[in-house]
Design a protein. Structure first.
Length: 324
């Protein structure tokens, strides 16, 4: 049975939390132009369509992660030739944050290859305090959190916590086995309870079916409160990881995922995240048209390549996009 999608007549409506799988599948199956038109209506009702939020991401601890996420070069389970590095010094991080601010970033994100924070947690708290004092929004991705750790991050000045669900619950065990889907949801609950904003999205290209993309979006959209930031990543196929030979994602299917995220999460920042380095300018422009309006700047995303600042400046100028 299919469920007809009602055209958006009042796109300023409050976010829904009662989406059904059939609705999302029908949304993804709409004619491409109709889907993008609907996404644009929603986007323009809530945001300035010609402004883009720019973040900078820094790996503060690289490699040797005990998790077995099959897409990740930082996992200790795979030989990817990654150069490992211990936790950075606080001053090193603050210098990078200052440079990011001076280059136009409004948010500074710190990622550590951990299952969860350990004895170095106090150092991370000092990083957060320092970055916040520079006038930047702060974001961290540190793995699984307890309720107390989430509260300590909030007290230190953290604004956002990133913890992606990656894919659907049904497909999750094909991607990660060292922690459960519920583990991720528990951490997100701790983050919410601490008063932090949630940055949570997923990855397209993990060998999932369209129904898995629908279920991933369904999980995000039916949360009691929508994530404030939703990164949609395109798998970067890293040699040495189990997913290095995965089939290429149809670019239009990727844009459809962006558009559906915009429609289902109308007040969230939808971030065009990992994978931009391999995208043409035209594909990125379609993603922005579909409602993505946040990107990472800089030549590196944790350990993977990213579009260069000069490329971004040129593309944003040609499209008439201005930083938030």
């Amino acid at each position: 049975m299919t469920v007809a999608i009602t055209p958006v007549s009042n796109p300023i409506a409050e976010p829904r939390h009662d989406w059904r799988q059939e609705e999302v599948l029908d949304l993804l199956a709409q004619p491409f132009n109709d889907l993008l038109f609907q996404a644009q209506l929603v986007h323009r009702a809530t945001f300035d369509a010609n402004r883009i939020q720019v973040s900078r991401l820094l790996s503060i601890k690289t490699g040797s992660c005990p998790e077995d996420c099959k897409y990740c070069p930082q996992s200790a389970h795979y030989d990817t030739g990654l150069e490992k590095a211990k936790l950075l010094e606080v001053e090193t991080v603050l210098e990078a944050a200052k440079a990011a601010r001076d280059s136009g970033a409004s948010r500074f994100c710190m990622g550590a290859a951990w299952r969860g924070p350990g004895h170095d947690f106090d150092t991370v708290l000092r990083m957060v305090e320092g970055v916040k004092s520079l006038g930047l929004e702060t974001c961290a991705s540190l793995g699984l959190l307890s309720g107390e750790q989430a509260r300590q991050l909030k007290d230190a000045g953290l604004d956002y916590y990133n913890h992606n669900i990656d894919t659907s619950e049904e497909h999750y065990e094909q991607v990660v086995t060292t922690r459960s889907f519920q583990d991720r949801l528990d951490t997100l609950e701790h983050v919410r309870d601490a008063g932090l904003k949630v940055c949570c999205g997923g990855i397209v290209g993990l060998g999932e079916e369209r129904v898995d993309r629908a279920r991933m979006l369904l999980t995000l959209a039916n949360m009691p409160k929508h994530p404030e930031s939703v990164p949609i990543n395109l798998l970067i196929k890293i040699p040495g990881t189990p997913l290095e030979e995965n089939a290429q994602v149809d670019p239009f299917d990727f844009v459809r995922t962006i558009a559906a995220a915009r429609i289902m999460l109308p007040q969230s920042l939808v971030r065009l995240s990992a994978g931009r380095q391999g995208m043409s300018d035209e594909l990125q422009a379609l993603c922005f048209l579909a409602g993505a309006h946040s990107v990472f700047c800089g030549v590196k995303l944790l350990t993977a390549g990213n579009a260069s600042p000069d490329q971004d400046k040129s593309l944003f100028g040609r499209l008439g996009l201005r930083p938030m």
